[in-house]
Design a protein around this ligand. Structure first.
Ligand SMILES: Cc1cc2nc3c(=O)[nH]c(=O)nc-3n(C[C@H](O)[C@H](O)[C@H](O)COP(=O)(O)OP(=O)(O)OC[C@H]3O[C@@H](n4cnc5c(N)ncnc54)[C@H](O)[C@@H]3O)c2cc1C
Length: 561
């Protein structure tokens, strides 16, 4: 870095990070008249949001009314409360439900976003009080033509797997995961992108129309604090391997930290998370920079042991920003003819449960062995499963990729992987007996409406969608890791995203939102879109509050719990 070159800028609101949290906050601040600067550390815009499914879980959204299946505040709150485990701040949960519908309506009015319901997609715990077995709260951002972004189209992060798919084209959203040649050619011709890219695209387009151009390769490092108020941020601008210079961005009204989680910072991970997490699926630029800045500014923390957990696999070629990145293990573990086992060869959970809840199984400590009982772990599947469904990006009927371990018998597979041979043989026999009986007596796989959603689409809604014998050679195995979509702990905030100090007083001028902040729903992952739903709601609230911030010093938080 050139130590002599320092550039400066001054606006009303400075936003750090260009995922959904940063883009929505920036747009809300700009829409309410503030001047805004948006700084992004990576060379591409969009963070994990751009490579995500882009689904937003929004209770009481107006599309549910239009579909004739309206939601209620009481049901949504009861549902979140049932998932709280005593960790959720009721004021934040109420603010989320209270602002949810309005946020979607606002986004659809100020951007080109047009959400649609994902027909039938159940909540993740649909049998809990207030849960929705037939869905409605999970919204698909659809498709967005990147032609509308001109040269900015090339500056948005892209998912190798889902770039051209709507969520409803994916197996998670009820589709096959593949497009016919004609549809694919049409989408390529018009640069139509779906999933997370369809969320980021319209937000970016609206920001550009409003005159806010994100500054890329701009890493925020320190907050500037004057007279007890955060009034700007120091950044390093330029690619790590190229010329860099220092920048001082002053913020008349406030700084919004939207820098994502800390899952790529090994020291923060081992300090805070409740158990092993070795394979994040998010963008590698999420290294907890915002958390460190907020800590130095005196922020209180909440939800720190938690993350949006997910079993992940390591698929060759999956990467983000030039670094390998894990792939979510969502579909394969729910399909008939597949189970997950630990090194004793034992199943340990309902494999078709939602990823966030399933992640908890990796943190089970064996008190005698004093080790994590379910790590390492493998997905095991048979030849019929492979033939009928393909695997990890290979379509049905095509050869299974050579990186996947195969064997002609179950004992041979166990031996090759160091899994207890008798344990695995017994587990497979037991599993097959459960399949024959139509009920998983050990873990209840297939009993929830959610389990019967994402497996074999030919049997959607039936136990056969997820229960199937594992008995046809060859047999396959893939190691599964404890991963995450992103961490969910961080600075405590009030309902407007103001960062609170340890006695609950807002730190003047400082806001945090998205995975950079403590999740407003704490442990609760309500349904598909359970992270992005709250993010758009609180992103908007933080942007509006930052735009009008400045008069209060210091402000007393609106949330006291
Ligand atoms: C494969 C995958 C699929 C997913 N699907 C869904 C889904 O369908 N629905 C859902 O609700 N959730 C989903 N998630 C989770 C969801 O993507 C994240 O929770 C969400 O995108 C987080 O948004 P964010 O804005 O807080 O962070 P991000 O989108 O990660 O953005 C943070 C940004 O901040 C930047 N940054 C970091 N440090 C600095 C710094 N010092 N200065 C400036 N910028 C900085 C980062 O580079 C990044 O661009 C998925 C996640 C993954 C990985």
């Amino acid at each position: 870095m050139d130590p002599l070159q320092i550039t400066t800028s001054e606006v009303d609101v400075v936003v750090l990070g260009s995922g959904a949290a940063g883009l929505v906050a920036a747009l809300a601040a700009r829409e309410s008249g503030a001047t805004v600067a948006l700084f992004e550390k990576a060379e591409l815009i969009g963070g994990s949001t751009a490579i995500s499914g882009g689904v937003c879980w929004v209770p009481m959204n107006h599309h549910m009314d239009e579909a004739g299946a309206p939601d209620s505040r009481e049901a949504a709150l009861a549902y979140l409360r049932s998932l709280s485990l005593g960790q959720m701040n009721p004021a934040l949960a109420e603010a989320f439900i209270g602002g949810a519908r309005e946020t979607v309506e606002w986004l659809e009015s100020v951007t080109d976003l047009k959400f649609t319901l994902i027909p039938g997609y159940p909540d993740y715990h649909p049998e809990h009080p207030g849960g929705r077995p037939s869905g409605g709260r999970s919204l698909d951002p659809g498709l967005f033509s990147y032609e509308r972004l001109g040269p900015w189209a090339a500056k948005v992060a892209k998912s190798r797997r889902s770039a051209r798919l709507r969520i409803t084209d994916t197996t998670l959203g009820g589709g096959t995961g593949f497009l016919d040649d004609e549809t694919l050619a049409h989408r390529e011709q018009h640069d139509l992108r779906g999933c997370g890219a369809a969320l980021v695209g319209p937000l970016l387009a609206a920001l550009l129309r409003a005159g806010v151009e994100p500054v890329l390769e701009a890493r925020a490092t320190d907050l500037i604090n004057e007279d007890g108020r955060v009034c700007g941020v120091r950044l390093v601008i330029g690619a790590a391997e190229g010329p860099q210079h220092a920048h001082l961005a002053r913020a008349r009204h406030g700084v919004i930290i939207a820098t994502g989680g800390f899952e790529w910072n090994p020291q923060l991970v081992s300090t805070f998370l409740r158990g092993p997490m070795t394979a994040p699926a998010s963008v590698p630029s999420n290294e907890g920079d915002g958390l460190l800045m907020a800590l130095r500014a005196g922020a209180a923390l909440a939800n720190m042991p938690q993350a949006w957990w997910a079993p992940t696999v390591s698929v060759p070629g999956d990467e983000a920003f030039g670094r390998p990145r894990a792939t979510l293990l969502n579909r394969e573990r729910t399909l008939p003819g597949s189970i997950m086992v630990n090194s004793a060869g034992l199943r340990f959970a309902n494999e078709a449960a939602n990823y966030n809840a399933l992640g908890g199984a990796f943190h089970t400590l064996d008190p005698v062995e004093f080790g994590y009982r379910n790590l390492p772990c493998w997905l095991i599947f048979d030849g019929r499963n492979a033939r009928d469904f393909g695997s990890f990006g290979t379509p049905a009927g095509t050869p299974i990729a050579p990186w996947i371990t195969r064997a002609t018998t179950i004992p041979e597979l166990a031996g090759a992987l160091g899994i207890d041979v008798d344990g695995l043989s017994g587990t497979v026999a037991r599993w097959n007996s459960f399949v024959d009986a139509g009920d998983d007596a050990d873990f209840g796989r297939g009993r929830s409406a959610y389990d019967r959603w994402s497996g074999d689409g030919r049997h959607r809604g039936e136990v056969a969608s997820t229960l199937g014998r594992l008995d046809e050679a060859p047999f396959f195995a893939v190691p599964v890791y404890s991963g995450t979509l992103g961490t969910s702990g961080g600075p405590r905030t009030d309902v407007d995203g103001r960062v609170l100090d340890p006695v609950g007083v807002a730190i003047p001028g400082l806001f945090a939102v998205g995975n950079a902040a403590a999740a407003p729903t704490a442990l609760a992952y309500g349904g598909a879109g359970g992270t992005l739903g709250p993010i758009i709601v609180f992103g908007r609230a933080a942007g509006l509050a930052a735009a009008r911030s400045g008069a209060e010093r210091p402000a007393v938080a609106r949330t006291v719990d």
